[in-house]
Design a protein around this ligand. Structure first.
Ligand code: NAP
Length: 286
């Protein structure tokens, strides 16, 4: 039998996922095809139902359906339920299970950038770090829950619409007793050593715009600050260019894309993902 798995979203044509997921299937000799499933809102229910076909392993989910798929699934992982977004669906024993691999994908990406410690079970710990999260949308929610689960010392959520940041902070504080601050004006940001600045806004995808003004970025300690931009296209956003010029360590969103995809691959196949092969095809693409 030939298996199928695909990306549900609107749009999907720009996605890098087919290339690196297909490379992984091919490398392990798994007869599966990763397809692009462009799906409008009105066809979402039908599309999700089709994942129960016997030849289907599951799916990835992207904008704008990450939230809307939750009630369509048989079971949603508790972390994905708290985040309120599913990016990976697994078809197992005639049931559909929903997960959020963006959260763990970000932690592995940070670790790859030299941030945090990993224990014997692979869990990443971020003790002692201050996380400054730019954004409060879907990707930021996944990041926020990942960061508090990894034990960051404090979390500062900076978002254009303050009420969204406040809402996220309130949700997080229900199970996290360290401080979570919400801001909408970056001028009030007081830098501390060992900061991780994470851009989870869409600002920087087009043109020379940054969610953090250069004069604010310049306040951060060059030795201990790491700047991560979830955006991977372009590979160097204005934020990353400015941070690099100031001497700060940086990385773009390709590593998060890779790790969230590798985790999904393992969930579909029960096999370790061939990370090097996936990374190579992603870098060739980027
Ligand atoms: P989303 O839910 O639409 O959230 C967008 C965020 O950007 C919100 O916080 C929004 O602020 C902010 N924003 C948008 N336009 C802005 C502007 N002009 N000025 C200031 N803030 C603005 O999107 P998402 O799904 O979270 O995705 C966010 C980014 O993460 C995208 O670039 C996406 O490609 C990237 N991402 C990357 C990965 C990866 O694997 N590397 C995974 C997921 C997402 P308001 O709340 O104030 O509107």
């Amino acid at each position: 039998m030939h298996w199928r798995v695909g990306l549900i979203g609107d749009p999907v044509a720009h996605s890098f996922s087919p290339r690196f997921q297909q490379a992984a299937f091919d490398a392990l000799g798994i007869p599966a095809r990763y397809e692009l499933w462009h799906t409008s809102q009105s066809h979402l229910v039908e599309r999700v139902r089709s994942l129960c076909d016997t030849d289907c392993l599951g799916a990835n989910v992207t904008i704008p359906h990450k939230e809307a798929v939750l009630p369509l699934l048989d079971n949603v992982d508790p972390l994905a339920a708290r985040i309120g977004a599913v990016n990976t669906i697994v078809h197992r024993d005639d049931y559909l299970y929903g997960y959020n691999t963006d959260a763990a994908g970000l932690l592995y990406a940070l670790y790859e950038g030299g941030i945090g410690k990993q224990d014997a079970e692979g869990k990443i710990a971020l003790d002692g770090y201050t996380a400054i999260l730019l954004g409060a949308g879907g990707a930021a929610r996944a990041a926020a829950f990942a960061l508090v689960n990894a034990g960051v010392e404090r979390l500062i959520i900076l978002n254009r619409h303050l009420e969204r940041a406040l809402l996220l902070a309130t949700e997080l504080q229900q199970s996290y007793d360290r401080p979570v601050f919400s801001l909408s004006d970056p001028a009030f940001l007081i830098p501390s050593a060992s900061s991780i600045i994470i851009n989870a806004t869409s600002l920087g995808m087009h043109g020379d715009v940054s969610p953090l003004p250069g004069e604010i970025l310049a306040r951060f300690d060059v030795e201990t600050t790491f700047v991560y931009d979830m955006i991977y296209n372009p590979t160097q956003t204005y934020l990353l260019i400015q941070a690099s010029l100031m001497g700060l360590r940086t990385a773009n969103g390709l590593s998060m894309l890779l790790h969230q995809g590798a985790l999904a691959f393992t969930m579909w196949t029960n096999q370790s993902a061939p990370l090097d092969i996936m990374r190579k095809s992603l870098l060739d693409r980027a």
